[in-house]
Design a protein around this ligand. Sequence first.
Ligand SMILES: [Zn+2]
Ligand SMILES: [Zn+2]
Length: 287
Amino acid sequence: MTTSEPLPPDAAVDLHLHTRYSDGAWRPADLFATLTQGGFRVVSVVDHDQMEHLPEVSALGAERSIVVIPGTEVTTEWRGLAAHLLCYAPLATGFTSDALRAVVDDTRARMLANTQMIYDTMLARGYHFPRQQEALARDGQLNRAMDVGTLLLAHGYADGPGEAMRMVNEAGYQQALAPIAQAVAAAHASGALCVLAHPGRGEGEIHRYEPAEIEALLAEVPLDGVEVYYPTHSTAQVAAYEALAARHGLLISAGSDSHAPNTRQPVPYPARRIAPLLQRLGVTTQQ
Ligand SMILES: [Zn+2]
Ligand SMILES: [Zn+2]
């Protein structure tokens, strides 16, 4: 839906949510019930490397008078390191070409092929997964490599998540990554803005981007913004990324990265903190 009324400065916004369409456990309807209870006004569901969620979440938002910015989080690569890229399309137009969809379809296809290969390897080794349907969201459908780890855990073949991941790695896990320059070019060709997700995170496959490294990235790739407000960013990190954004004229975004009802919840960030980004996407905030 579109919005004509300007948002109050403190209106609750969260531009980084996930559902069962990718690796989240949220059912979209439950997520939107929670967002309604929390009084959220503008959100974006950015399920990884796909766009199949867009019609359903936009319909749920329209039913509940929550503005839903069309978005996806693309798993990209820069200098051999993973970089998560949030792509947001303006409300009025949505994604205007299939360029970005082609990138995410290719990334997802490679991810699914690798996941299937790992699964087949486990079966060939004699592991059985009779409780697959209950153990995995999406009615047991395989989606990503860690789903095989979840199956190993659920069937008592691994003692903990660390061992499950080690078994998945050993079976040939490879991240599917789109070159970041290609993803940004495709997003721009689709009318979307590109925001570097959670730069201050940094664990496992997630690389931490210090401000100086983002400056090197910006010299090669025309990013539009940085996700400055994020639950695990420290006060010092927020200040450093705010300063970086000011130096380079980058837009600032805010998101919880909520994946599931029983873990991190959506966060009601005040709209004023990201008003210029919201404006570019078609949502005006009162001064
Ligand atoms: Zn991410
Ligand atoms: Zn995310």
